[in-house]
Design a protein around this ligand. Sequence first.
Ligand SMILES: [Fe+2]
Ligand SMILES: [Fe+2]
Length: 502
Amino acid sequence: MLIAHISDTHITNEVAFKSYAFDLIANEINTRPFDLVIHTGDVTNNGLREEYEHASYLIRKIEKPLIVVPGNHDARNVGYELFERYIGPLFGVHEFEDGVVIWVDSTIPDLSDGRIGGYKYKWLKAKLEEYSHKRIKIVAAHHHLVPLPDTGRERNVLFNAGDILDLLLSHEVTLYMCGHKHVPNVYRVEDLVVDNAGCTSCRKTRKGDVNSYNIVKITKDGVKVTIRRVTGEEQEKEHRPIKPKIFIPKGKRLLRIVQVAESNVSDRRYFRKKVLENAIKAINERYKPDIVIHCGDVVEKGIERFYEMAMEFYEKVKAEKLIVPGHNDITYLGYDLFKEYFGETEVIEKGDFVFIPILSAQYETQIGVVGRIGQKILKGLLEDFREKFRVVVMHHNLVPVPRARELGYLEDAGNVLKIITDQEAELTLTGHGGNAHAVKVEKTPIINAGSISWELHRDPFGNSFNLIDVYKDMVIAFEVQATWGSRKLLGMWKIKGEVPWL
Ligand SMILES: [Fe+2]
Ligand SMILES: [Fe+2]
């Protein structure tokens, strides 16, 4: 199966549209043996009637079966109605021999953000169930699912990106195709290939890039995506599914981490004091970790009284501690109090392991940022400690979390994720969003902790902390219910051959 993935043509009679790039790519597609062409939206620039008339003529230049998904620009000016008239249905299913393409409208009229919520979510879920027998399952929508590098502020994601990611992973979807940010990028999230097309014929490319499209080849061995630019330059990435998915570790455990977040110690009713007390007792007596990592929001407000209370809890922890501040910790006088009570957040080296804390919290806002300098520091540290097992620790989540409204909690999540995955960090721990969740992006397991003792969380499992065991050849993460001690597997990932010292 060979698919041409085009996106963001932005057809208009204004300067935004580069007709020569469109013609070049359309001609190339016609001369190559593609089975299918998928356009992931922003066909037009403003959803105007004259643009749709122009677009419906131009896309007929592509002489292959074509699926077109609506983008936010197409939905502008009630353009979603014209889309159906001039281009085709906003949702649909295309079956082929051993596979299916399901495309869904992720636009919200007059907003750049996306959403596959309510009825659309139900429809997508029902279709994934209906076609669960298909070997190849492709979902296409306009908006991106995982933060993208070089897009400035990580915004206009799907509001419910975490739910959609969870849905696709639990239904063993092979490929998610999208566009929107005009940045070509391919990530592997567990066994799902997330294929972002750049822009086919819009002037607005980023970082001096040129127009491009993606070539997706699906065989029985896996998925290969090639980003092909109009200059002829190609970048290729292949993913073979992981088999088997359950393994048994070899040798003895090398390290045990207990990962905690959002204690939110305070005198408010939402703070569950007893739960935190019991959890700390269990951590000390039952789990006996080598290190306890608190991924932010130790206190609910940055005031002395709450820091005093938090200290009373956390000084009882027997293991070594690494605590990074969350946005709650640095409210009011918290910035100084955090240092006074918990000290400077510093890199910890522990034998073959190194823990790299990254500060992402800002004053008086939930939105985090690492910043351009922070990104350089992170990259430098990951390079310096290449010989070790590198654990990046931060507050804000890098991968969208289910049941949370994703608003771009970390402004530069795309760049940070790119640095971490390019440098092949062995593990990344985050703690925002109030829900435990873990996925491996490229070679890096990224584990988010839920809340250990704050009643306002989003985790159906309840208040919890994570137990992460590292072996010579694998990492296993469990979520531990903070009251009952029951465990749920978050993920297990092979790391053999990926860590130099192993
Ligand atoms: Fe676009
Ligand atoms: Fe868009």
